[in-house]
Design a binder for this molecule. Structure first.
Ligand code: C2E
Ligand code: CA
Ligand code: CA
Ligand code: CA
Length: 273
């Protein structure tokens, strides 16, 4: 965010100015928050189709600011990326998610896997592969139980570098997912260059499938692409029974969304299994 220099404040409407100041404040405060343990993880179930049995959970960061209340990840993640905090924060998320997974598996959910979001800054970090290896070793979680989610946009940012890093991750045995697929402009040829296991189809492509024949046809073509590449396919942001009904006629293996479950505290994950 730009500094609010004298003489420039007239450019901002009062609401915008508050918003700008809030961003500056949050950006500088996130490091303190991280060090004082204000970040938590919530977990959202990912279910198999048909049937709706839980197979995985996605770790989602939560931050409740002591004065401002809950801050959305879409607000603080970009700030953490700008400041570089995302490297330490992302490393913590990896450890914490593996620790929670080790707990659930010990408590009798042996087949559950966990999905962790990686920011493009982490993908560019030389240390990433060592961090992932350490998180697995410390918690005793098998690599095959960890899925790392990378957005389609991050994949395409520096394809050669990313390709190399993903190959290194793949070689330690973790699974890889392309997140928010359908938001960007990747082609099937581009996608097939990356060693991925799972395609997460963006909510924007899922929203209309219960009501709109053409939306359903677009989703079908993306899901068929996933099937051709022999990938697991996840429909993201499923909210309506009509969407679920449409999905049963499509080549979609997994689903995630408020229809099945919202993100929950770690202790609540067992309730879904
Ligand atoms: P994402 O990776 O696409 O995560 C899914 C988001 O969609 C989550 O929002 C989730 O709560 C929301 N969602 C799930 N089902 C539904 C639904 O049926 N309807 C609607 N409207 N929303 C649904 P959340 O938790 O606010 O996270 C937003 C984004 O922040 C994530 O999008 C991800 O890009 C980023 N993020 C969250 N945690 C992390 C993290 O640990 N590391 C990184 N790098 N990014 C993260
Ligand atoms: Ca994700
Ligand atoms: Ca997503
Ligand atoms: Ca998203």
């Amino acid at each position: 965010a730009k500094k609010n220099r004298p003489g420039t404040s007239a450019m901002f409407e009062p609401g915008m100015r508050t918003e700008l100041l809030r961003h500056v404040e949050l950006g500088t405060d996130a490091r303190r928050a991280f060090e004082s343990g204000e970040f938590r993880l919530a977990y959202q179930p990912i279910v198999a189709l048909p049937g709706g049995r839980i197979t995985a959970v996605e770790a989602l960061l939560r931050w409740t600011h002591p004065r401002l209340g809950p801050v959305a990840p879409d607000t603080f993640i970009p700030l953490a990326e700008q400041s570089g905090l995302i490297i330490d924060l992302g490393r913590w998320v990896l450890r914490e998610a593996c620790r929670d997974l080790a707990g659930w598996r010990a408590a009798g959910l042996p087949d559950l896997t966990v999905s962790v979001n990686l920011s493009s800054r982490q993908l560019q970090d030389e240390q990433l592969v060592a961090d992932v290896t350490a998180a697995l070793a410390e918690t005793g979680v098998p690599a095959s139980a960890l899925t790392l989610e990378v957005t389609e946009t991050a994949l395409m940012r520096d394809p050669r570098e990313v390709q190399r890093r993903l190959r290194a991750l793949k070689s330690i045995g973790v699974r890889l997912a392309v997140d928010d697929f359908g938001n960007g402009y990747s082609s099937m040829a581009q996608l097939s260059r990356f060693p991925i296991d799972q395609l997460k189809v963006d909510k924007s492509l899922i929203d209309g499938i219960g009501t709109d024949r053409r939306q359903r046809a677009i989703a079908r073509s993306v899901l068929e692409l996933g099937a051709i590449l022999e990938l697991e396919t996840v429909a993201e942001g499923v909210e309506e029974p009509a969407q679920l009904a449409a999905l049963t006629a499509l080549p979609c293996t997994l689903a995630q969304g408020f229809l099945f479950a919202e993100p929950v505290r770690p202790e609540q994950v067992g309730d879904f299994a």
